[in-house]
Design a protein around this ligand. Structure first.
Ligand SMILES: C[C@H](O)[C@H](O)[C@H]1CNC2=NC(N)=NC(=O)C2=N1
Length: 91
């Protein structure tokens, strides 16, 4: 699968509020009222990831969740990452 150039990624990120590009992936930090809310969000992201066979890197501390998306097989950001980020924004 084709990886996007940094320029092309930045164009996509204009419509993905809060997502930033770094080190071959895109990342966003989410903050919730408490751990239960954060966990519910993680589960929803997980269900969407499974449906797509494309899995995020997830980091959780209490009410905060950091999501990082990259396509390991391709070594960069692909359509799969942009698609999952767009789906996460609809949660
Ligand atoms: C065979 C299977 O589709 C691949 O191993 C998938 C699984 N989930 C994945 N998730 C992510 N983020 N990157 C991948 O390259 C990837 N590969």
């Amino acid at each position: 699968m084709k990886t996007y150039s940094e320029e092309s990624i930045q164009t996509h990120l204009e419509e993905l509020k809060g997502w930033t590009f770094n080190n071959s992936g895109i990342e966003k930090k989410f903050k919730f009222a408490d751990f239960t809310q954060a966990l519910g969000f993680i589960v929803q992201v997980g269900v969407m990831a499974e449906k797509r066979s494309h899995h995020p890197e997830l980091f959780n501390v209490y009410n905060k969740v950091t999501i990082r998306l990259t396509t390991h097989d391709a070594g960069g950001v692909t359509d799969k990452d942009i698609d999952l980020a767009q789906a996460i924004e609809k949660i």
